[in-house]
Ligand binder design. Structure first.
Ligand SMILES: [Zn+2]
Length: 461
């Protein structure tokens, strides 16, 4: 089975969501459609010198800026510097087309009234140009064409951040360059208090689902988000927001976060170590990641409709109860809480479908009443790997997961045991100064944001 979420995912989750450029592209395409008809920009009649192409194609060159003034600057993105630069020295037309569903490159060339011969010359100019044959709906193409219909340049805007530009050089061959824009990042802050569920509180506070999950993920070894959450629990989180041209285009990672669960506050801060790896640590430099996660279930599936009363074990059993019961909809994915090896995967009358996993020498976790088992005896599993799905097989009154945690063969309460287990590596002492330098400002900022609320509490006292 596939590892549902690799341990490193906590670092990537908050990175720019993959879909945002497309979402934007769609919005942009709508705007572009309106523009397309109007944008056949009549370029000013400039002295028709034969193109001495600027050596520096960057949009920030002086030639470009001159060009901007001469053409209608407001309708042209800064990435089109080359087209503008060209326009400065010869009369060109610039045409912006949006790729529609089912469009081929030749459809777009036809619409731009550029000959197929030009298209084949471009396609034959190299690997990067060949990729033009695979266009995606929503992408934008900007044709810059001489008055006699010769293609001078073609820019493909893949999404808000990346553009590839093909330009005819002085020898009439197409050269390409890639323009990658970097969004601006600014820290943002949200806080909230849980009334009914983490997801409700999170979205009330203005956090996206992925940020809520990222936050839960940071604390997944300390807090059981299915059972431990209580009304009145609270969180405060500082994360990056990404902007392009003043418009928000997505979220970056969580930078610092604290979560108060049943009166106990956990804090974590993101640290990028000297080799470039990002992980979350306590303010003292201890890793937030441990050998076991607390919740053996996909909390997204169960948290969306949990309420505090349902957080407690619901299902009673006549047998001595040695485990924790999680009420959850049938089919909810069940995770292995740690890396290990499957030592049993089978069916029995009381247990129904069950999976047992051995972790190192001393620890065993057990998962009972599954609808489906996804792993076989002897198989290695990773933390968060889906080993089966919630069901009600065996002695079960309704769909739930019965989870057991054994240490040296004896049943133990995972809540108390997991906290005592060794964590992943702390920040090495050699890197401690670097860690403090990087993280203390973040934690100070988080505290600063929290300030007003805390001050108010003090006043009340
Ligand atoms: Zn049980």
């Amino acid at each position: 089975m596939q590892n549902h979420r690799k341990p490193t995912s906590r670092v990537r989750i908050g990175a720019l969501p993959k879909h945002f450029p497309r979402v934007h592209a769609l919005t942009a395409s709508a705007a572009a459609c309106v523009l397309v008809l109007a944008i056949f920009i009549p370029t000013p009649e400039v002295e028709a010198k034969r193109m001495p192409l600027p050596v520096n194609l960057s949009p920030t060159t002086e030639e470009t800026e001159t060009g901007v003034e001469q053409v209608q600057a407001e309708e042209i993105s800064p990435n089109q510097g080359i087209a503008l630069a060209s326009a400065a020295t010869e009369a060109f037309k610039s045409l912006n087309l949006t790729v529609r569903n089912g469009d081929t490159l030749s459809d777009l060339f036809k619409r731009a009234k550029v000959s197929a011969g030009e298209m084949y010359q471009l396609l034959g100019s190299g690997k990067e140009a060949k990729k033009l044959a695979r266009l995606n709906p929503g992408e934008e193409l900007t044709f810059t064409v001489t008055t006699d219909g010769k293609l001078q340049s073609l820019a493909l805007q893949k999404d808000r951040l990346s553009q590839v530009r093909f330009t005819r050089d002085t020898e009439s061959k197409f050269q390409h360059d890639l323009v990658q824009r970097e969004p601006d990042s600014h820290p943002a802050y949200r806080q909230g208090q849980i009334d009914s569920s983490l997801f409700v509180a999170g979205s009330d506070a203005g956090l996206s689902d992925s940020l809520i999950m990222e936050m839960a993920d940071v604390f997944s070894s300390d807090i059981d988000f299915a059972l431990d959450i209580r009304k009145g629990d609270s969180f405060s989180v500082m994360f990056e927001e990404k902007f392009l041209d003043g418009e928000k285009i997505g979220n970056g990672p969580i930078l610092a976060v604290s979560f108060t669960n049943q009166g106990h506050t956990y804090s974590a801060v993101r640290y990028v170590d000297s080799s470039g790896d990002a992980n979350y640590f306590t303010p003292e430099g201890k890793s937030m990641r441990k050998a076991f996660i607390r919740t053996p279930l996909d909390i997204v599936r169960i948290s969306s409709h949990f309420n505090p009363r349902r957080l407690h074990p619901v299902f009673k059993s006549r047998r001595p109860h040695n485990g924790t019961d999680y009420a959850a909809p049938r089919g909810t994915p069940v995770y292995s809480t740690g890396d290990g090896r499957v030592i049993a995967s089978g069916y029995s009358k009381p247990n129904g479908n069950y999976v047992f996993v051995q972790h190192g020498e001393r620890y065993v976790t057990r998962y009972l009443h599954l609808t489906k088992r996804n792993v076989k005896k002897g198989q290695r599993v990773k933390q968060r790997q889906v080993i089966g799905t919630v069901g009600s097989t065996g002695y079960a009154t309704g769909p739930h997961l019965h989870y057991e945690f054994l240490v040296d063969g004896r049943h133990r309460n995972p809540a108390t045991i997991v906290r005592k287990l060794p964590k992943a590596k702390s920040v090495p002492s050699a890197e401690m100064t670097r860690f403090k330098n990087q993280t203390q400002p973040l934690l100070a900022k988080l505290e600063n944001y929290q300030g007003p609320a805390l001050a108010k509490l003090d006043d009340d006292n």
